[in-house]
Ligand binder design. Sequence first.
Ligand SMILES: [Zn+2]
Ligand SMILES: [Zn+2]
Length: 806
Amino acid sequence: MQYVSSSVTVSSGPGADPPEVAGSGDRLLAMMRRRSSEDPITHIERVPARAGITTDWPGWVPAELRAALGRRGVEAPWKHQAEAAELAFSGRHVVIATGTASGKSMAYLLPALATLLADPRATVLYLAPTKALAADQARALAELELEGIRPACYDGDTPRAEREWIRRHSRFVLTNPDMLHHGILPGNAQWTAFLRRLSFVIVDECHTYRGVFGSHVAHVLRRLRRQCERYARPARVPSQPSGPQRRTGPVFVLASATSGDPAATAERLTGHPVAAVTEDTSPRGGVTFALWEPPLLPPDTDNPADLTPTRRSALRETADLLADSITAGVRTLAFVRSRRGAEVVATSARRSLDEAVPGLGRRVAAYRGGYLPEERRALERALLDGELLGLASTNALELGVDLVGLDAVLICGYPGTRASLWQQAGRAGRSGQEALAVLVARDDPLDTYLVHHPEALFGRPVEATVLDPGNPYVLGPQLACAAAEAPLTPADLELFGPGAREAVDELVAAGALRARPTGWYWRDPRRPEVDLRGQDGAPVCVVEAATGRLLGTVDGGSAHFLVHPGAVHLHQGVSYVVDSLDLADGCALVHPAEPDWSTHARDVTSLTVLSVRSYTDAGPVGMFLGEVDVTSQVVSYQRRRIATGEVIDTRPLDLPARELRTMAVWFTVSPQALAAAGVEPAEVPGALHAAEHAAIGLLPLVATCDRWDIGGLSTAVHPDTGAPTVFVYDGHPGGAGFAERAYAVAAQWLRATREAISACGCEAGCPSCVQSPKCGNGNNPLAKNDAVRVLDVVLANLPPEPSPQS
Ligand SMILES: [Zn+2]
Ligand SMILES: [Zn+2]
C-alpha cells in the first residue's frame, strides 16, 4: 500500500490562506475540505518540529544504570529529565508536567534506580491509574536487567501465591491507588520493611486524579505518608552523603500532562510543597493541526416551524473524514468519546469505503476498552503493519498503550481536557514526517468556542486539574480508613487538613470512632468500606427482563434521568425500553425495542444557600462561593420523534426527590442594572437561563470537569439572594473543587461564556451556544441576546481577578 509521502517543509508565510503547501497533512486537508461547499476549517495551526536539548548525565547516576539505559538506546537525558531528576535526588518533591512522549519516566527512574543501586535496602513505590500502564512500566524496568531490584506489579491480577514474595523481595513495587487503598495500607503490618525503607513514591499520570476520585487519592497518599512515618526508624547515619538524606518520609515524584498549575495540583494531591518542571526539551515531529466545524444542514423544509439551525453531526463528519484518509492510503486513528460512537464511525466509514472500492471497508476497525490484551495487541499490530488503515477508538488507547507513528489523527469532539487532546494528537507523527491532526467540533458551546478561539488550545493552558481534599464526604470516610489502619493522633490530623478535627468529631458522635487519651480508635472489627471511585450511591444495573442478562450499569446519580420507566436506553448500539426501575434493588429491567421516538427526562430543582464561604462585592453584581442544598426530582419525560424532533407527549413519573449538599458558585445582578442594560423584565428568566447553560458548557475550559459533573439553576429572584441569580454547582456530594475553581477565575470563565454566545451565528439560540442537552426545563425559556447583556453587566463590574473577602 502506498502511503502519502512525507519529508515536508512546512511554510506558513503570508499568502498561505488557504495554505496550499505540499505537506501530506495539507494535501489530505485539501481533499477533505473539498467535500463541503462552505469551508469547515476555522483554523490551521502549524506545530513546528523541535530539536531536542540533551545534557550530561547527573554525576550521581551510576555507570551500571547508564550502561543499562545505553543498551536501550538512551545516550543522554533531555534537559527537562535531568532537571527533574536532580531535584528529586536532592530530596525535593517534584512534578514533571510536559507533553506526550517527552520521556517523563526518565525523570523518576534516574533518582529512583540510582538510589536502589546505591542502597541495597531502599525501596520504591510506583502508582499508575491503570493496571495496563503499571504492567508496561514493569516490563520496561525488567528489560533494564538491573541486579537486585526485582520490579513487580502488585495489583488485583497478582496471584496470591506471588504476593508474599513481592512484599519480601521486590524493591520496586508497581501498583495503583485502588490497591494501595484496599490492599497495601490495610495490610501495612505485612509491608513494614518495605514502607520503612521507602525512598521514592512515583505518581504517574497524576492529572488523572481529579474531582472526587482525585480527592480520595490525595488522602490515600496522606495515609501512605503516615504509615511510612510510623515505621521510619530513628535516623541512622546516612550511608551516602550526596544521596537523599534521611527524612521523615519518601520523596514524591509526580508526572503529569501539561496543565494550568501543576505544582498547586501536586501539592493538593500529596500535601507537600512541590517544585514543577514544565519546559519540554524533547524533540518532536511537526504537526498540522486543523480545527474543523461541521457545516450547518440545509433548513428542514418539512418542518418550517423548527428554525433551530443544526450542524452535521461530528460522528458523521468524522466517519467521512476517516473514509477520505483511508482512500488516500493514510493510516488514521479516529478518537470518539463513546464506545457506541466509535462503532458508528467505524461502521459508517466501512460502508462508504465498500461503496467506493469493494473490500476496502475491511481495513477499518473499531477499538474500545474491554478487549482482551491479545485482541488489542492483534489490532495494534494490524495497524502498524498496514493491514489495517483506520481505527475508530474510544480513549481506551489514551493510557499506556503503545500505538504511535500514525499519519493522521481525527478527534471527534473535544475530549474534555487539553491533556487528552494532546495525548490523542500525539499519536500522529512518524519520525521526521509531518503529521495531521483534526479536531472535529461537536454541536455544543465548548467545542464551538474552541474552534473559534484557537488561542485557548494552542496558547498557555488555563485549565487546572481540580480536586478538593477538604470535601467532608471524602475526608470523613478516609479518616475512618486511616483510624482502622492505626489509631489517629492529634499530630495526624494536621496531615489531613483543616477540616480533619471536625470530621473526627462527627465520626465519634456517629459511634464509628472512640476517643481515648492516646488517640481516636476505629471501633468496628470490620474495616470501613470506602470506594475511591463510587460517588453518587451504588450504580444501577440494567438487566434484560426476558433473559436476566446484565447489559451494564448506569451511574447512580444519573439513573433517574436515563433509566426511568419508559426511557429508551441505548446500550452498545442496541435500543432498549425500560419496563421498571427498582431503586431499592438498584436494578432496571428492560426489553429490546426500537421505537421511533427518543425520551427526555425533565426535572424540578430547588436550591437553598447554607453558607457563604467567600464573596466579591462588585456594585450591582455579586459573586459568591458557598455551600448549598440542592433538591431535585425527575417528574416527567417527553417523547420526541427521532426523525423530526416533534414532541409526541409528556408523561408523568413517580420518582423520589433527591438531596445533594455541595459547593456552588453564583452571581447576582441587580434588576436596575439589568433594566439599564436593556433587558426587559419579561426576558430576565430566559436571559439568566441561557447564561447559565453556556456558563456550564464553558466551565471545562478552566477546570478539568465534564459538563455532566456540574449542574445549574437560574431564577429572576431567589429567596436567599433577593436578586436575579445564576447558580452553578458541583454535581458531587461535598463538591469536587469545580465551583471553587470557577469562583477563582470567574472573570476569565464568564468572558469566554459571553464570547461563546455572542459569536454564535444562530438567531435565537442553538446547541452550539445556549441550549443544553441535559436541561430539566426542555430549554425553555432561553433569551440568547439578553444573556450577552447580562454577562456584559457582570463583566463590566467584576474585577478581572476577583479579590475574595470573607
Ligand atoms: Zn447558537
Ligand atoms: Zn436549563
